[in-house]
Design a protein around this ligand. Structure first.
Ligand code: C5P
Length: 221
């Protein structure tokens, strides 16, 4: 086990859907004994809660109200992990007021004593721009679609590989093309392409990147 680097070490992990960023981020959190937040769940929660309340996803005011009411204890809902939840999340994530409503929760999480690991799309650019360790985890759309297809299947969702690939491409375009906090690597993020890697290889590579960042951070602080 790697000791938690004190006093406040934030690891920002960004990247597109099914790139492996969640697995990488959770592994880093275990290794450094830091709390971990999957920020995609916040947007998924807003989208799903709107659907459950029969609200249209094009209603920015309703989405903002859902985001303002969100509490951490809601985030364990398995309904947030579905394919439809991912699509709904990316639709509400374009609204600046929704993003603003979710900002403080994420900043508070990142600001806790000792630090934290957060994964998402804008962690290194907007939520924690001063994080000493930033990774941008990516993989080809085809590889990501295959991974997501397997996950969905394991959860009993029947869908074709071609449709999952379409979902991935649509989400990449929407997340990368929106005006507010678009998905993109921070200028000081290290790129990690997991296309040809196993989970273990990706986790090892991520650890090496963070160790190098930590060494730089210790010398500079
Ligand atoms: O990571 P995940 O696939 O769960 O994210 C669902 C959606 O939430 C993304 O497609 C994106 O639109 C949005 N999101 C975001 N900013 C984050 C995390 C997720 O816009 N930090």
């Amino acid at each position: 086990m790697t000791e938690t680097p004190n006093p406040h070490f934030v690891i920002a992990v960004d990247g597109p859907a099914a790139s492996g960023k969640g697995t990488v981020a959770a592994g880093l959190a275990r290794a450094y004994r830091l709390p971990y937040l999957d920020t995609g769940l916040l947007y998924r929660a807003v989208g799903v809660l709107m659907r459950r309340a029969d609200q249209g996803l094009d209603d920015e005011a309703a989405a903002t109200a859902q985001a303002q009411m969100l509490t951490a204890d809601l985030l364990g809902d398995p309904g947030f992990r579905t394919r439809a939840a991912g699509e709904a999340a990316s639709r509400v994530a374009v609204y600046p007021r929704v993003r603003e409503a979710l900002l403080e929760f994420q900043r508070t999480f990142a600001g806790q004593e000792g630090g934290a690991v957060l994964d998402g799309r804008d962690i290194g650019t907007v939520i924690a721009p001063d994080a000493p360790a930033k990774l941008y985890v990516t993989a080809t759309p085809k590889v990501r679609a295959e991974r997501r297809w397997k996950q969905l299947n394991a959860h009993g969702e029947r869908v074709s590989r071609a449709d999952v690939l379409k979902d991935i491409r649509r989400r990449d375009a929407r997340d990368g093309g929106r005006d507010t906090a678009p998905m993109k690597p921070a200028s000081d993020a290290v790129l990690l392409d997991t296309s040809e890697m196993t989970i273990e290889q990706a986790a090892d590579a991520a650890r090496r990147i963070v160790e190098a960042a930590r060494a730089r951070w210790i010398t500079s602080s």
